[in-house]
Design a protein around this ligand. Structure first.
Ligand code: GTP
Length: 314
């Protein structure tokens, strides 16, 4: 929730071509306790200023020579400077007819000239309250979205985000007649590690493996955690020069380097199954299933190894 200090910490831009009005508004706002004030008498500077500083509120005079307040609002909209979809404009006008027009143009509220001290303070306070609550909500929504798409232990994408990324990867590969590989990895003997080091030690190892996997592939690849000790890497746009064996060996080596957990050196290995679009399937489900079957084969063959689905030529 918001308190008075949050509102007073909001950033405000004052736009008025008359210096006397600028000084008066600055004084009213300072006396009310607002600290983050910027002013300009140049209507052409508003877009740049807002793009850089993302003000919580813009107090905009409507009657200005050259570019009036209506034109400034249009320019702000075109500029998409209000990228989060909120248009923080409070217009200032001496013309009663302009009030409705300004509201219809997207302004949230208006202040009449000559200024009435209480009206100015109340309208600014109320508008900032709504603006900051909107900002908080946006922030919480982003956090919730991220929680729904990521694994809380490692911070890696979860199965849901992986599926989305794979679907995009397949669409991209289809358009470019390219390919995409699915590397399904399961740690060997992880249950024993958990039993020896405890659940916290197991968690620390999972985090370490996550970091190493991310470090072993390219930025455009997706490393996801899809189960307890199961990870999937979607390798985007393999080129002809990419050697699948080398890529998978690099991943296996990254996992099996000794790591220090709770002061002791721990060795873990992994088994891997690989499938490739379009050779082993043309959709997410089939590719995941093929990679999972190949992984099962690798486990059956003695672990710490990989198998490529269906032994197809790549
Ligand atoms: N520490 C920790 N352990 C987990 C978590 N999620 C699942 N596990 C454990 O991970 C283990 C995974 O089981 P398996 O893959 O069947 O066991 P494994 O010993 O690796 O067997 P193989 O894959 O055949 O080598 C189970 O003991 C789960 O309890 C987690 O978030 N943290």
């Amino acid at each position: 929730m918001l308190d008075a200090a949050d509102i007073l910490a909001a950033s405000i831009l004052i736009v008025d071509d008359q210096e006397v009005n600028v000084r008066l508004l600055e004084q009213i706002l300072r006396e009310a306790g607002y600290r983050r004030l910027t002013s300009t008498m140049d209507p052409y500077a508003v877009c740049d200023l807002h793009r850089t500083n993302r003000y919580d509120l813009i107090l905009l005079d409507l009657e200005m020579p050259g570019r009036d307040g209506f034109q400034v609002m249009e320019a702000l909209k075109e500029d998409e400077a209000d990228a989060d979809g909120y248009f923080p404009i409070l217009v200032i006008t001496a013309h009663p007819d302009h009030k409705l027009r300004a509201l219809a143009s997207g302004a949230k509220d208006f202040i009449s000239k000559p200024f009435d001290l209480m009206e100015v303070r109340t309208r600014i306070h109320n508008m900032l309250e709504v603006r900051l609550l909107y900002k908080q909500l946006e922030h919480q929504n982003r956090a919730l979205e991220s929680l729904a798409l990521h694994d809380p232990l490692t911070g890696l994408p979860n199965r849901r985000l992986l599926m989305d990324r794979m679907a995009l990867g397949i669409a991209h590969a289809r358009r470019n007649r390219g390919n995409m590989a699915v590397v399904y990895l399961d740690l060997d003997g992880f249950k024993e590690i958990n039993d020896t080091l405890g659940h916290d030690g197991g968690d620390a190892l999972l985090k370490m493996v996550a970091t190493r996997l991310v470090g072993a592939v390219r930025q455009e690849d997706t490393v996801a955690r899809v189960g307890g000790d199961e990870f999937v890497i979607a390798l985007a746009e393999l080129s002809h020069g990419d050697d699948m064996e080398k890529l998978v060996s690099k991943v296996l080596q990254a996992v099996s380097k000794p790591c220090s957990i709770q002061g002791s050196s721990v060795n873990v290995t992994a088994s891997v199954g690989v499938s490739v679009y379009p050779v082993h399937g043309d959709n997410v489900e089939t590719l995941m299933k093929s990679a999972d079957l190949a992984l099962y084969e690798a486990k059956g063959a003695g672990k710490n190894d990989y198998r490529i689905s269906g032994l197809a030529e790549l």
